[in-house]
Design a protein around this ligand. Structure first.
Ligand code: GLN
Length: 234
């Protein structure tokens, strides 16, 4: 039976800052190299959302987040049910923030999230910008690299745990040394970059969760050299 993977890219016209679409490109490249048929559905404002194996939402400025926050409320129950049946989610920065309970920006109303993660975000007084290295026990090698640019400070609660601890950079809030979040198969991170092209071992980790099977390794020599060259890069 031909394996098939369905990816939903949530609101790419609004949340795709810093080339976060590179995460979709990486997932699709790595499945098609393994002869897994992969369908990517772009979901925009007003579209309905059907069942997918992976849901991806990128980052963006506060203004774009307002529109997406309002739209996501229509799909909150469905997406929580998708989380509970084991679908994989990856949210980057602004998208990550909306996977929590709320994001309180500097001005204006609090933006409602969809509570896929037990987390909340409040705008901080400074913007965290720069390269990031994180130590994680989720994958081997046990490092993740990326680029952060956010003023939001995210705090995790309950069973939602970080994806790793900061080796360099600020991460969730610049205080507790945590970066990102995981609950069930829902993952959020502040790492732009894009994230997955710089961390193909994490891309395969997500694919194996979504496909529920171990994947044959690919020849990642160049990808691994790139990752290593970015570890602890200031
Ligand atoms: N607007 C949010 C913040 O500044 C998210 C930014 C982003 O997605 N890069 O924290």
């Amino acid at each position: 039976m031909t394996k098939r993977l369905r990816i939903a890219h949530l609101y790419p016209k609004l949340l795709n800052i810093y080339g976060d679409i590179g995460n979709i490109i990486t997932l699709k490249y790595r499945t098609e190299k393994r002869h897994i048929e992969t369908v990517v559905d772009n979901i925009e404002l007003g579209d309905c959302i059907e069942e997918h194996d992976i849901y991806f939402i990128g980052g963006g400025q506060d203004t774009q987040q307002i529109a997406v926050s309002n739209e996501l409320q229509k799909h909150k129950g469905f997406l929580q049910a998708e989380r509970d049946r084991g679908a994989v989610f990856l949210g980057i920065c602004g998208g990550y923030q909306l996977m929590g309970h709320y994001y309180k920006p500097h001005q204006g109303e609090e933006l409602k999230g969809i509570s896929l993660l037990d987390a909340y975000t409040i705008a901080g007084s400074k913007r965290f910008i720069g390269n990031v290295t994180v130590k994680t026990d989720m994958v081997k090698p046990n490092t993740l690299v990326g680029f952060e640019n956010h003023s939001g400070l995210t705090y995790l609660e309950g069973e939602t745990k970080p994806i790793g601890l900061m080796l360099s950079g600020n991460g969730n809030n610049g205080e507790d040394k945590t970066e990102g979040a995981r609950y069930k198969n829902v993952f959020g991170t502040y790492m732009h970059g894009s994230f997955l092209p710089k961390n193909v071992h994490f891309a395969d980790f997500l694919l194996e969760l979504a496909l529920n099977e171990q994947l044959e390794p690919l020849d990642d020599n160049i990808e691994n050299l790139t990752h290593e060259s970015l570890v602890m890069k200031k």
